[in-house]
Design a protein around this ligand. Sequence first.
Ligand SMILES: *[C@@H]1O[C@H](CO)[C@@H](O)[C@H](O)[C@H]1NC(C)=O
Ligand SMILES: *[C@@H]1O[C@H](CO)[C@@H](O)[C@H](O)[C@H]1NC(C)=O
Ligand SMILES: *[C@@H]1O[C@H](CO)[C@@H](O)[C@H](O)[C@H]1NC(C)=O
Ligand SMILES: *[C@@H]1O[C@H](CO)[C@@H](O)[C@H](O)[C@H]1NC(C)=O
Ligand SMILES: *[C@@H]1O[C@H](CO)[C@@H](O)[C@H](O)[C@H]1NC(C)=O
Ligand SMILES: *[C@@H]1O[C@H](CO)[C@@H](O)[C@H](O)[C@H]1NC(C)=O
Ligand SMILES: *[C@@H]1O[C@H](CO)[C@@H](O)[C@H](O)[C@H]1NC(C)=O
Length: 889
Amino acid sequence: MRNVLSVLQPTFCVSLFFNLCLISIAAPITRYIPSEIITLSCGTSDNLKAMDGRTWIGDVGSKYRLKEVDNKTSTIINFTAQSKPPVDAVPYMIARKSYFNFTYVFPVTPGPKFVRLYFYPGDNLRDSTVKDLFTVQAGSYTLLTNFSASTTINDTSQQTLSIEFCVNILENEQQLNLTFIPFPSADNGFYAFVNGIEVVFMPNYLYYSSPVGIGSYYVGQNRPIKILSDMALETVYRLNVGGSPISAMSDTGFFRQWSEDPSYWLGDEAATPHEPSLMLKYSVIANYTAPDDVYRSAVSMGPNRSINLLSNLTWGLPVASGFNYLVRLHFCEIQPEITMVGERPFIIYIDNQTAEPNADVIMWGGGRDIPVYQDYVVMMQKNGVDVKSTLFISLHPRKETNAINDAILNGVEVFKLSDTRRTLAEPNPNRTSSLLPSSKGMRHESMLKNTIIIVTGSGGGFLILLTLMWFMILSKRWKTNSYGSCGSPLSKYCWCWPNPSKSKSKGTQASLAPDEFCRHFSLGEIKTATRNFHEELIVGVGGFGNVYKGLIDKGTVTVAIKRLNRESRQGVCEFRTEIEMLSRLRHVHLVSLIGYCEEEGEMILVYDYMANGTLRHHLYDIESNHFPWKERLKICIGAARGLHYLHTGAKHPIIHRDVKTTNILLDQDWVAKVSDFGLSKMSVDNTEVSTMVKGTWGYLDPDYARRQKLSEKSDVYSFGVVLWEVLCARKVLDQKLEEEQWNLANWATKCIDRGSIGQIIDPYLKGKIAPKSFNVYVEVAEGCVREQGIHRPTMDDVMEKLRFALELQENEDAAIDKLNSAGGIIYPNLLSYHSVVYSDHVSEMGSESGLTATTISESTRMTRDSGTIRSSEEGMRDGPIEIEDSTTH
Ligand SMILES: *[C@@H]1O[C@H](CO)[C@@H](O)[C@H](O)[C@H]1NC(C)=O
Ligand SMILES: *[C@@H]1O[C@H](CO)[C@@H](O)[C@H](O)[C@H]1NC(C)=O
Ligand SMILES: *[C@@H]1O[C@H](CO)[C@@H](O)[C@H](O)[C@H]1NC(C)=O
Ligand SMILES: *[C@@H]1O[C@H](CO)[C@@H](O)[C@H](O)[C@H]1NC(C)=O
Ligand SMILES: *[C@@H]1O[C@H](CO)[C@@H](O)[C@H](O)[C@H]1NC(C)=O
Ligand SMILES: *[C@@H]1O[C@H](CO)[C@@H](O)[C@H](O)[C@H]1NC(C)=O
Ligand SMILES: *[C@@H]1O[C@H](CO)[C@@H](O)[C@H](O)[C@H]1NC(C)=O
């Protein structure tokens, strides 16, 4: 049932084993054999074999190392004696370090080369009182200035750094000189070092423009521009959009590394079409341009045209401002139903400017399965003194009526271009994200990501949240008439209180936050927690600003810190209102706001950090899923309580709108917490809220999608899908399966009809669920996903029934334990579900819970007889698109 490929993904191989895993899985197809490859391990005389099988030659005594000027010698640093060798030994375990300039001279033929520098500032480099700070020059180009590898890397999640450049060797040069220059200081306080240097020859026009042809489009200038041979390039991003990381060995021969894109994805949800074994036709571009896997996976919008037309597919890539960037977008139409020009036309925006008014991948390639790419150049202007900016890449469907109103992107490469002074160096040693740390713990990273998405909500959801706050404030205003005024243009809707910590929680229930619960942080504390907003701690980026992982209270408490952009539209009043609202929504099963900081124009929110990530992660994102049934029940009960609180705990019901397993987080004690109220809506006066449909495919209430009337029962539907997901441990939409199985909720309902529900459960659970517990659980899950909201139970019912299922499990476990003291509880393997059996449970339960069990049973039959449980499948007929949730994109 589970997707075998996802189990095999290299994501789970960390650190040392990363390369090894890839080698054993993906057979690399080398399409280009560079005429020369130099891999130089600095600081050794040995020839060393790396994990990937490549040999690195030692620089000592090699023809490449130039003697140091004036006999000022460099030293060799050997890390191999360190107790924890956390990184690949080659080339990272040895380095050359010097307080004086040193140069490598590579005799090379003219033409463009990849030059990769590898750095590992291990402990004996890092702990010293002197610091690494240096410049690297390649011939007449400055590649790095005021660069400090240890500062750049100073974060636990990343231990090594590799930076890739492209430089062109001119006809009259015949040499590539790489010079390392420590930052000058009177007392030799700074040194330069390097662990490895790699030089790989590339074809003339892989990235540089051919003399024939018009070159790239210069966005915003409405003219072509060429990447000329006198420019040097630095690779800043190389992303396999919608796919998995690709290792150097699986590249087409250039040893480039490709990473995944979700960290830069700014949307709510997206589809990720995959055709893992598709044969591609390279009829337009060279077959070595990018690995096949880049073109075989993509991100697109999904099947709902009307929703697509309201949004963009957007990625935000942090870059240094003040440079031109080459943006290469890779495309390939891999979805079988797109075959003709005009079926999927879209607009490409780069840096919020139109780069391509009529993108059409079939038109560019001349057919399906034909990879193409498009190059754009954009100037990222300096915005005042800010040296950082974000390069946005957005795709928006064109409105043609006969088109499917969607967009697609398969890969992205972004290069910084040297400026007129032939420099790529950023004036600031705090560099933006750099290329592909080779030893990054991938799993760790995705856990962080999961946590953050919750905390931040989503760019679009944020505005909705503001709207929601207005609702709340307006109603408050009518009741209390106690709103103040503040300078914001929104102030007539804005209820400000002098200081959140003094506000009274009027009109709220006792379980709501005590005032002192929302803590005020000074900017100093926040800066300490985030090491002055160190970019290495950024775990999420959104339209509102960045989210950092931070440590507060002398490093004892880990938190997620959301720093709102100064230029974001949110004013001080709204900020305070958000604090007010979020701090009122406090419950053991909701992710809580810990505090805030409002100082020097900064607006910062501090949230709980959830150590165990998302529920989904533990269900089927990891290989070894041994997640006991009782634990699953407890988590479901917790999440149900959180939702019940949202629906009933505040004055007006709050509808979450995006209940899914990635929005149910687990803290260090495995307590479930519902998160991401980014899409929440408050239903004032119990009327159903009419609203634009939002949510995640597979979880979306068909009744809501149809009528666009939102009620608490929409959350109940989504929660029912969660219950099925927990039982079956599979994706809610999985188009790799047979068509009738795509949509989990529909498939489960069908299996109930056929009496085969016991066969679709998570294989791990087989024989571990007590039949009575199973029946109650299936009954409630089935009730939640009924077609019509009125036939679904309330969250209160759901919560009580799940508790009952847990109780039954515990009782039966105990009974069997007594009989069979040898342990090893085993229940019948194939559980089937009959509502008749359920009636017994009703009597067993007695009347204390006062449930609507009987009515549910009746309406079950009714709904099933009328055969209407079908609708959300219709939305998927548009094509086999694998729809994932915002965690992965
Ligand atoms: C590289 O360095 C050598 C030795 O300093 C020098 O002779 C040569 O001209 C340099 N080549 C280039 C292309 O800068
Ligand atoms: C790295 O961070 C630690 C604190 O987290 C700090 O003490 C140390 O000085 C930093 N090192 C460098 C080279 O910035
Ligand atoms: C790539 O293209 C070249 C020439 O265009 C061809 O000779 C080569 O066989 C192709 N390689 C693969 C693996 O398709
Ligand atoms: C899509 O992005 C572009 C560029 O940022 C923007 O101008 C446009 O308004 C966006 N469209 C939608 C529907 O969000
Ligand atoms: C490098 O740092 C020094 C001292 O901070 C500064 O004066 C100099 O301008 C910097 N160089 C560049 C190219 O930014
Ligand atoms: C550019 O587009 C992004 C993403 O749509 C948005 O967050 C940002 O505010 C826009 N910037 C400007 C200056 O319009
Ligand atoms: C797409 O979304 C719109 C609301 O934006 C809704 O009316 C429509 O039913 C949806 N279509 C499908 C096929 O789900």
